[in-house]
Design a protein around this ligand. Structure first.
Ligand code: THU
Length: 135
């Protein structure tokens, strides 16, 4: 699975965004080490607090299906579904990635439907608090 293929799956995932409050549609496509893809989109809530990001939906779907080894994730988003530059993963999602992914896990951030910037998780979450810290 190429980075561009994963990005286009993330764009597809945006279609199911439930975002009546912010109007921001976000899509994520997570690739497991075994080659499976899990899609996620943001799901908002009238009480605001229960809102969950696209990245965490994809990760939690995968973990709940028994997957715990991941190689990369593509993330794309924008107001009203218009991709207008990077929609970077929030801090909570970065921390959830750190729980299951090593420092070289790749985060592919869409700039448009076909262009992206990719960075290792260690660049997005330096000096991270990790599962090793509580062993
Ligand atoms: N959002 C995501 O889905 N992922 C992120 O990493 C940042 C924010 C969503 C949550 C909310 O539905 C909307 O974007 C605006 O914050």
């Amino acid at each position: 699975m190429t980075d561009k293929e994963l990005l286009s799956l993330a764009v597809k995932a945006m279609e199911n965004s439930y975002s009546p409050y912010s109007g921001c549609k976000v899509g994520a496509a997570l690739l497991t080490e075994s080659g499976k893809v899990y899609l996620g989109t943001n799901i908002e809530n009238a009480a605001f607090g229960p809102t969950i990001c696209a990245e965490r939906v994809a990760i939690f779907k995968a973990v709940s299906e028994g997957e715990k080894s991941f190689s990369k994730i593509a993330v794309v988003g924008g107001k009203n579904g218009v991709i207008n530059g990077i929609f970077a993963p929030c801090g909570v999602c970065r921390q959830v990635m750190r729980e299951f992914c090593s420092d070289d896990f790749t985060v592919i951030m869409g700039i448009s439907e076909t262009e992206y910037k990719s960075l290792p998780l260690s660049d997005l979450l330096p000096l991270s608090f990790s599962p090793e810290d509580v062993k």
